[in-house]
Design a protein around this ligand. Sequence first.
Ligand code: FAD
Length: 184
Amino acid sequence: MGQEGSPVSEVHFNDCRVPAANLIGGEEGQGFRTAMKVLNKQRIHLAALCTGPAIRMLDEAIRFVTERKQFGQPLAEFQLVQAMIADCQTEIFAARALIMETARQRDRGEDVTMQASMCKYFASEMCGRVADRCVQMFGGYGYIADFGIERFYRDVRLFRLYEGTSQIHQLNIAKRTLALAAAS
Ligand SMILES: Cc1cc2nc3c(=O)[nH]c(=O)nc-3n(C[C@H](O)[C@H](O)[C@H](O)COP(=O)(O)OP(=O)(O)OC[C@H]3O[C@@H](n4cnc5c(N)ncnc54)[C@H](O)[C@@H]3O)c2cc1C
């Protein structure tokens, strides 16, 4: 569907022997815990990766609605178009704030398993909503290839799927929230 600059294929390991020295986590039984720690970092990173294209798409949409005129005035002067700009800008800011705060917590050595999930879940869904609004602001030109925004729309759809689907993150956030409530 998108991200054509990043070729994808499955990798199969058959009868693959891994030396004990290469055990993830260094000792038996620690592999999953160690892998999860890596996931936290990757999820914060992926959330930041979602925020970049959202900023770019909004920049492109703002340029377009400022230049294109309908009914004798730039699209940017219509309040319903301004509402889409405001929603995009607000959600981008919220994602950045969430990511920065989680990164600070991780740098302090805190357990950010739930926060990393919240970052990835919110930022990837936010990016999808921003992509949708930006296509809308481009009108019919948003749907055809010449203006480029449709490529972003396709590219960012993957963010909600890999590095844990939105549903898996919802489960993770709820599980940890309920555990915190039970412990308090
Ligand atoms: C272009 C691309 C690149 C990728 N790159 C990588 C990569 O580099 N490394 C890597 O490891 N993987 C990669 N993946 C795989 C990706 O991580 C998985 O596709 C993703 O995790 C979803 O798994 P799945 O496709 O098996 O979907 P499924 O697990 O079959 O899920 C299908 C649907 O069911 C929902 N679902 C599944 N389980 C539950 C549950 N317990 N409760 C509620 N809902 C559930 C999911 O949220 C989803 O909506 C890539 C995939 C694509 C398409």
